[in-house]
Design a protein around this ligand. Sequence first.
Ligand code: ADP
Ligand code: ADP
Length: 228
Amino acid sequence: MIQLKDVSKVYENGTVALDHVSIDIGKGEFVFLVGASGAGKSTFIKLLLREELPTAGEIRVAGRNVVTMPRREVPYLRRGLGVIFQDYRLLPDKTVFENVAFAMQVIEAPRRLMQRSVNAVLDVVGLRDKYKCFPRQLSGGEQQRVAIARAIVNDPAIVIADEPTGNLDPETSWDIMEIFERVNRAGTTIVMATHDRNIVDAMKRRVIAIEDGQVVRDEARGGYGYEA
Ligand code: ADP
Ligand code: ADP
């Protein structure tokens, strides 16, 4: 699903954010990406989404060559990826239903299919009864569940989450992780960058640790592995 071959990213100011990184993530895997702030996790995610191009190396995501892909194909790449951020990034003037439906309007789905799909994913995240609420009327955990619904409504092959529990209390974070487990059990590949030691240690999934732009650890059933 995701293949990086000897990928380096040097920003224009000379910062080496990724340094000869090779990573292979298969279909249906659940991968935690760990590492200190500044290690290169967000850069890795931006490369997958083609928000940045690598300075060197090859990147394949869901069967596409992300590096050589013409600009006009980038929207198709991104439609196959569900992305979730720490700060939810919902549209404040749209309801829960509209926030999720908007992701489908972008791909011009027929109205009936859209209704059915939005209701189905709101069921998955347990928010069907809040479909008329606006984001400001929801708790942080609920807003993140809306963001997950939006990310999965187009049935992406890969869900990419950047610190999705970073603003949530431990109990709410576990609710979010249960939803990710459910999505993963349905066959979706999940890549989650996180600083949440308890979650990583408890879930015993693959852990890829990045330090100073390099992969320093890659374990099939790993732990968070850092002190403090
Ligand atoms: P993480 O997500 O693990 O905190 P990042 O990928 O954001 O790490 O950052 C990796 C390194 O690249 C850091 O040194 C950061 O300051 C630098 N960096 C990130 N984005 C840019 C940018 N647009 N221009 C220059 N340097 C950047
Ligand atoms: P938390 O306990 O996480 O701080 P809140 O106190 O913000 O959550 O919300 C508690 C519950 O009340 C949530 O289910 C939220 O959806 C609901 N709620 C909060 N504000 C409103 C509102 N203005 N209209 C409708 N529901 C609301």
